[in-house]
Design a binder for this molecule. Structure first.
Ligand SMILES: NC(=O)c1ccc[n+]([C@@H]2O[C@H](COP(=O)([O-])OP(=O)(O)OC[C@H]3O[C@@H](n4cnc5c(N)ncnc54)[C@H](OP(=O)(O)O)[C@@H]3O)[C@@H](O)[C@H]2O)c1
Length: 258
């Protein structure tokens, strides 16, 4: 049976990119706390696998295939959200893509791909979901998953870092615009988390070498797990954080303390 108690009991949540990594773990944590959840992404496989694995314990999880860089897809996502959940209380803009490169090695197609998902995608999804969030009224909220790289410059991250820095400011602008309506907007900036997004780095070094090198990069000398981000997301999206809006919470083993 679905959990009826919990910090998000009965809340309706949409998590973009919820079929893998951090988004999947946010979905899991929200379900554990009584939320009703839709996850979306482009690939059928990970979405179905995630829903199939949680459904026996939490029947109220659904998936919608959706490319958030396509406004028509997102319009369908909004209609299906209304149909499946009857409204929306929490939106987590988690879907993202990472591409390394400096000014010369980042061609316009790569720049556009990164911005179309990480920043424009978050804008398109949030705009489409706003009527549902407004219907829910005070307590409705949006959480954007950014990165420590939105705050800290690193070499060869020109598109990714710029997109995430934009996402931070997008969050703060929305926080002010919708504060009077009682809709909160916050950001989490993770450090390095062990998810499929890191696969290319793991592939270059081998898993153990990548892990040790990455642990050393963080002041706490540890790498993050999706659960670290999910527990912070639970806090920010629940009524425990009802007086927080426009916040950018680093969940990064101390990276942003530098
Ligand atoms: N892992 C890290 O070290 C780290 C650090 C800081 C921030 N982050 C951020 O955390 C978020 C989650 O990443 P992750 O680490 O969990 O990596 P991940 O497993 O690769 O997750 C990214 C998710 O986004 C979805 N996605 C990508 N493009 C999409 C699109 N156009 N439309 C819909 N969904 C799309 C992917 O699904 P499909 O491919 O099926 O569409 C995937 O489920 C991202 O925003 C990332 O930038 C990650």
């Amino acid at each position: 049976m679905a959990a009826m108690a919990g910090k998000l009991a009965g809340k309706r949540a949409l998590i973009t990119g919820g079929g893998t990594g951090i988004g999947r773990e946010i979905a899991h944590t929200f379900l554990e706390h009584g939320a009703r959840v839709i996850i979306c992404g482009r690939r059928h496989g990970p979405l179905k696998e995630t829903v199939d694995s949680f459904k026996p314990q939490y029947p109220d999880i659904h998936f919608v295939e959706c490319d958030i860089s396509d406004p028509e897809d997102v319009a369908v996502l909004a209609a299906k959200t209304r149909e499946l959940l009857g409204g929306l209380d929490i939106l987590v803009n988690n879907a993202g893509v990472s591409e390394r490169g400096d000014l010369e090695s980042t061609d316009l197609k790569v720049w556009d791909r990164v911005f179309n998902v990480n920043l424009r995608g978050a804008f398109v999804v949030t705009q489409a979901m706003l009527p549902l969030l407004k219907d829910s009224g005070r307590g409705a909220n949006v959480l954007n998953i950014s990165s420590n790289l939105g705050r800290q410059a690193e070499q060869h991250q020109v598109a990714y870092s710029a997109s995430k820095a934009g996402l931070d400011m997008f969050t703060r602008c929305c926080a002010l615009d919708y504060a009077e309506a009682g809709i909160r907007f916050n950001t989490i900036s993770p450090g390095v988390i062990d998810t499929p997004m890191q696969d290319h780095n793991k592939g270059e070094l081998g898993y153990q070498e990548w892990r040790s090198a990455t642990e050393q990069m963080h002041p706490l000398k540890a790498i993050g797990a999706p659960r670290d981000v999910a527990t912070a997301a639970l806090f920010l999206c629940s009524s425990d954080a009802e007086w927080l809006t426009g916040v950018n919470l680093p969940v990064d083993g101390g990276m942003c303390a530098r």
